[in-house]
Design a protein around this ligand. Structure first.
Ligand SMILES: Nc1ncnc2c1ncn2[C@@H]1O[C@H](COP(=O)(O)OP(=O)(O)OP(=O)(O)O)[C@@H](O)[C@H]1O
Ligand SMILES: [Mg+2]
Length: 376
């Protein structure tokens, strides 16, 4: 018994051919799936031999229909731009032009075409033409622009709303500070004069007059506030004079000695709003002393050097623990007002040791040359 074996030899693989086939496949895919309209036509009679979906969509044909058409059906072949493009393409192998394409329904659409000649199958001269619908591109651009503008408007609207709300908050806090640090003080003084006027005595009439003066003053300040104006008494009478008046009136109704020194202070070098801020801070701290400190002596000092303006207010009262939380807003207002002019506030105090308030303002923030619009 004999056994025979059959050996099957595998066919040799033509790697080069496989590479060509793969490359061809990729080109076809790129051509078919391109978002740009592409057509391939023969060079000689312009017959369309290949078209992708984007070209069919742009021209309004089915693929089958488009492949029965020729260059003359989709281009205005007599158009000078088109003729020029063909000439250039023949000379240079490629050309670009703005031409009108003819759609299936006869409508003409302005397009930008780029055409390249190459040698196709069987050595036949062929061209590949890419078509861009200019109107669609412009529309897309416009659409993009509209969306950008829309987003910008929305952003600006929200920024505006934020700014309005911030301004409203600022105004409210400004109003609150004025009510607390100014009108509150005027009414307190008025009340004290009234109480003193209630007692029979030689100054009864004078005290009642002063009370009425302070009440009228408070009414006037409220009237101004409701009209959105923050009154600036300092502008009219000057800071030192306003402080002197406040001290004189306070000493009339409180058993306390108040001294005011203003070494080297050149008032006119300070801007108006800053001077009013100093006055409000002094008003509040003096009020705190009268309300809480049981002090017999108070010293108020204002001084200036090349670098800064310094305010200090000391009292020999009961002092307090600065770490203790309170519901009051006076000290907070003092600090906020000072911060508005980059002022550094310190309270040196402890129970039984009196209190010294010192605020140092850098000169650049408070001088007449600095921004008058600094708030707080
Ligand atoms: N010079 C001072 N001597 C003693 N205690 C003081 C002095 N200044 C402030 N205080 C204490 O600090 C606390 C906080 O003061 P702040 O001005 O913030 O609030 P207030 O005076 O209690 O209330 P508001 O100012 O809101 O009317 C006061 O309650 C008081 O206990
Ligand atoms: Mg207070």
């Amino acid at each position: 018994m004999t056994t025979s074996s059959i050996t099957v030899k595998p066919k040799p693989v033509d790697v080069k051919q496989m590479k060509v086939a793969a490359s061809d496949h990729l080109h076809h895919l790129a051509f078919d799936n391109s978002l740009l309209a592409n057509i391939i036509s023969t060079g000689k009679n312009g017959r369309i031999i290949k078209a992708n979906m984007a070209a069919c969509k742009l021209l309004g044909y089915s693929k089958k229909e488009l492949l029965t058409k020729a260059r003359k059906d989709i281009f205005r072949v007599s158009e000078s731009n088109h003729i020029e493009m063909l000439k250039k393409r023949t000379a240079e192998g490629h050309a670009k032009a703005d031409v009108k394409m003819i759609k299936r329904n006869g409508r003409q659409v302005p397009c930008e075409v780029t055409s390249v000649i190459f040698v196709g199958d069987h050595g036949i001269e062929t061209s590949i033409t890419t078509i861009v619908d200019v109107c669609q591109t412009a529309l897309k651009k416009k659409d993009k622009e509209i969306r950008r503008l829309d987003a910008e408007i929305r952003l600006k609207t929200s920024q505006f709303a934020d700014a309005v709300s911030e301004a409203r908050d600022q105004e409210r806090s400004e109003l609150g500070k004025e009510l607390h640090d100014n009108i509150n003080q005027l009414l307190s003084v008025s009340k004290l004069f009234l109480e003193m006027g209630r007692n029979e005595g030689p100054n009864k009439e004078m005290y009642l007059n002063r009370s009425s003066e302070y009440t009228m003053n408070a009414i006037e300040e409220i009237r101004k506030l409701t009209r959105g104006m923050i009154s600036n008494v300092i502008k009219d009478v000057g800071l030192c004079e306003a402080i002197d008046t406040m001290i004189r009136d306070t000493m009339e109704i409180h058993p306390v000695k108040i001294f005011f020194t203003h070494d080297n202070l050149i008032e006119r070098r300070l801007n108006d709003k800053f001077r009013l801020t100093l006055f409000r801070i002094i008003q509040e701290q003096l009020n705190n002393i009268l309300k809480h400190a049981w002090a017999s002596v108070v010293n108020i000092g204002l001084s200036q050097n090349k670098k800064s303006t310094i305010l200090y207010i000391s009292d020999n009262g009961i002092g307090f623990d600065t770490a203790k939380k309170t519901n009051g807003i006076g000290i907070r207002n003092i600090k906020t007002r000072a911060r508005g002019y980059k002022g550094n506030t310190t309270f040196t105090t402890e129970p039984g040791k009196g209190c010294v308030l010192t605020i140092s303002f850098p000169f650049f923030a408070s001088s007449i040359e600095s921004r008058q619009a600094v708030l707080l």
